[in-house]
Design a protein. Structure first.
Length: 181
């Protein structure tokens, strides 16, 4: 992106809708991917992602630059909206196929089937994790965020996150013992 994120945030806080639009375009995909992995339902992920950006637009003037990346604030909003969604929803429709959207579609039929199987195994393994462990794994390995960024998003110390991640990796290793992950 050719624009400085801090400048875009400042412009958006001053009411510049075009600057907010650029922030939206920059961060839509990682926020959508985070929500999709948590909900495992395409339409729900789309709805929650839109809610994240509507909420952030309405609260942009309350945003405080704490030194953490702007996306950490968006992840925090996404995380809270996902928690609210799961509190309200007693049954969730799971679409395994949705996970395929996250990857490269240039596979042949057998490679696609193998990828589908592996993706389903990873999804099942993630279900064995606590909510906190799952969020750490998603943010650390799928979104490639640092422990410092994750600490800002989840409101936990880096040490606590490393412990959560360690326990999560032990569970994932057992669950995925037939795969090289």
């Amino acid at each position: 992106m050719a624009h400085n994120i801090s400048d875009l945030v400042a412009s958006a806080r001053a009411g510049d809708k075009e600057a907010f639009g650029l922030l939206y375009r920059e961060y839509f995909t990682p926020i959508y991917r985070f929500v999709l992995i948590k909900t495992r339902h395409k339409e729900t992920a789309e709805d929650i992602t839109q809610a994240v950006f509507l909420k952030s637009l309405g609260a942009i003037d309350e945003y405080k630059d704490t030194g953490a990346p702007f996306i950490a604030w968006l992840y925090m909003i996404a995380r809270n909206l996902c928690l609210d969604y799961f509190k309200k929803k007693s049954t969730i429709i799971v679409e395994e196929e949705t996970w395929l959207e996250l990857g490269d579609e240039s596979f042949g039929a057998s490679a696609l089937a193998e990828k589908r199987e592996r993706t389903q195994e990873i999804a099942r393994a993630l279900e064995k994790l606590s909510n906190d462990q799952c969020e750490v794994v998603i943010l650390r390995f799928i979104e490639e965020r640092s422990y410092a960024e994750i600490a800002e998003i989840l409101g936990k110390s880096e040490e606590a996150l490393r412990a959560l991640n360690s326990r999560a990796m032990k569970i994932m290793k057992v669950e995925l013992k037939n795969y090289e992950v």
